[in-house]
Design a protein around this ligand. Sequence first.
Ligand SMILES: Cc1cc2nc3c(=O)[nH]c(=O)nc-3n(C[C@H](O)[C@H](O)[C@H](O)COP(=O)(O)OP(=O)(O)OC[C@H]3O[C@@H](n4cnc5c(N)ncnc54)[C@H](O)[C@@H]3O)c2cc1C
Ligand SMILES: *[C@@H]1O[C@H](CO)[C@@H](O)[C@H](O)[C@H]1NC(C)=O
Ligand SMILES: *[C@@H]1O[C@H](CO)[C@@H](O)[C@H](O)[C@H]1NC(C)=O
Ligand SMILES: *[C@@H]1O[C@H](CO)[C@@H](O)[C@H](O)[C@H]1NC(C)=O
Ligand SMILES: *[C@@H]1O[C@H](CO)[C@@H](O)[C@H](O)[C@H]1NC(C)=O
Ligand SMILES: *[C@@H]1O[C@H](CO)[C@@H](O)[C@H](O)[C@H]1NC(C)=O
Length: 349
Amino acid sequence: MTKYVVVGAGIIGLYTAFNLLDKGVKAKDITIVAQYLPGDESINYTSPYAGGNFSCITGNDPETLHFDKLTYLSLGRIQRALGGPSCGLDRCTSYEHWEHKPPPVKIESLKSYLDQYEETPVEKLPANCAYGIKFLSWSFNCPKFLSNFHDYLAFTRGVKIVRKTLTHISQGFVSAETKVVLNCTGLGSHKLGGVNDTKCYPTRGQVVVIKAPHIKENVMFWGSDFATYIIKRPYSNDQLILGGFMEKDNWTADTFGEQTKDILRRTTTLFPKILNENSGGANLKDVEILRVVSGLRPSRHGGVRIERELIDEGKIVVHNYGASGYGYQAGFGMGEKAARLAIAKETKI
Ligand SMILES: Cc1cc2nc3c(=O)[nH]c(=O)nc-3n(C[C@H](O)[C@H](O)[C@H](O)COP(=O)(O)OP(=O)(O)OC[C@H]3O[C@@H](n4cnc5c(N)ncnc54)[C@H](O)[C@@H]3O)c2cc1C
Ligand SMILES: *[C@@H]1O[C@H](CO)[C@@H](O)[C@H](O)[C@H]1NC(C)=O
Ligand SMILES: *[C@@H]1O[C@H](CO)[C@@H](O)[C@H](O)[C@H]1NC(C)=O
Ligand SMILES: *[C@@H]1O[C@H](CO)[C@@H](O)[C@H](O)[C@H]1NC(C)=O
Ligand SMILES: *[C@@H]1O[C@H](CO)[C@@H](O)[C@H](O)[C@H]1NC(C)=O
Ligand SMILES: *[C@@H]1O[C@H](CO)[C@@H](O)[C@H](O)[C@H]1NC(C)=O
């Protein structure tokens, strides 16, 4: 009886299924199929590797601003549905800095919905920053959040979630009743048979995870050719994520010692408290590194693809992939649009 098949169980697939339910689709009419599921780790499954902050690094076009806003304003409801902050989604103060001041359209949008929004006085900005803000952000403990999101959809709501690898788009139509396939395959969209999207490419990131109970906030610095960020991971035994890198079209899952050093140097310069109040000592060698990981952000030339496509016999595919570095923070808005397209078309059949 599966009318809607969501392919992909990354954050985009889960948000999309959540939005279908929001719009009144019954859980028994939804199946999620994916090669990798929450709890798994693979270089071909980006979502567990995200730092997981809501930040202001995304684009300035109206649709992206809308996706961010809708997601920010919906996270409280998702957090409650999943059982409160310990589901792996909590709030924390974030300080963001820019090398170049963002355009007014972006600043006006952020101001209109971010809680506790404050501009940082110029004299308090770190070196080489043109603009800075402080606000109450959201932080995800990504692996934990994915698992709890999975359990909510599967056990609380009754959505079927199945492990299966597809080699062609048509395999998403799992039964005769399937009318709509929602393609949330992230970077998988590059290699899959069907409509092989060569516009998809990875933006590789490397992060260093350290133990830092003394850090309670997020701090970021966005430049034209660098991204330095510090993200507290909620409910994780005091893990702190330090990043990062944005390497376009680099598929390697390896991690590199030079990058680890560079990340430690940049983050401790931006936010000296990491070292100054470190219980193990104030030198770089005293930092307790828990692990170093790399992940591939599913980017796409031309931006995210959220559109519907009519396949033969009145069957529909709704694409929702290419979330790049902002699947957590904009993905609810993306899922809302995908669910709307899925349902609109369905009613016309
Ligand atoms: C280092 C790093 C830091 C990041 N930090 C942040 C952050 O702070 N905030 C933020 O918002 N975002 C962040 N991101 C980006 C975020 O991780 C991505 O935007 C998001 O995870 C993309 O999710 P997705 O669901 O599109 O893809 P994925 O998580 O890759 O999921 C794809 C799904 O599709 C399935 N699939 C693919 N191909 C097939 C197939 N052929 N058959 C069956 N199933 C298939 C996979 O198995 C998987 O279930 C970061 C990313 C990285 C790498
Ligand atoms: C990841 O996907 C790529 C492209 O499909 C494939 O070549 C590679 O073997 C996969 N890696 C793993 C570890 O599964
Ligand atoms: C913080 O968020 C931005 C945008 O959401 C993302 O590009 C960046 O990689 C994130 N930082 C970490 C550590 O994941
Ligand atoms: C699409 O990808 C599949 C699987 O990688 C491959 O077999 C097929 O040749 C590709 N098709 C095109 C048109 O590139
Ligand atoms: C998803 O879309 C991509 C790009 O259009 C295509 O290559 C892929 O086959 C689709 N996958 C599924 C499972 O629908
Ligand atoms: C990927 O990035 C790593 C680290 O910067 C680099 O050593 C490697 O040469 C890159 N690979 C490609 C194919 O660009």
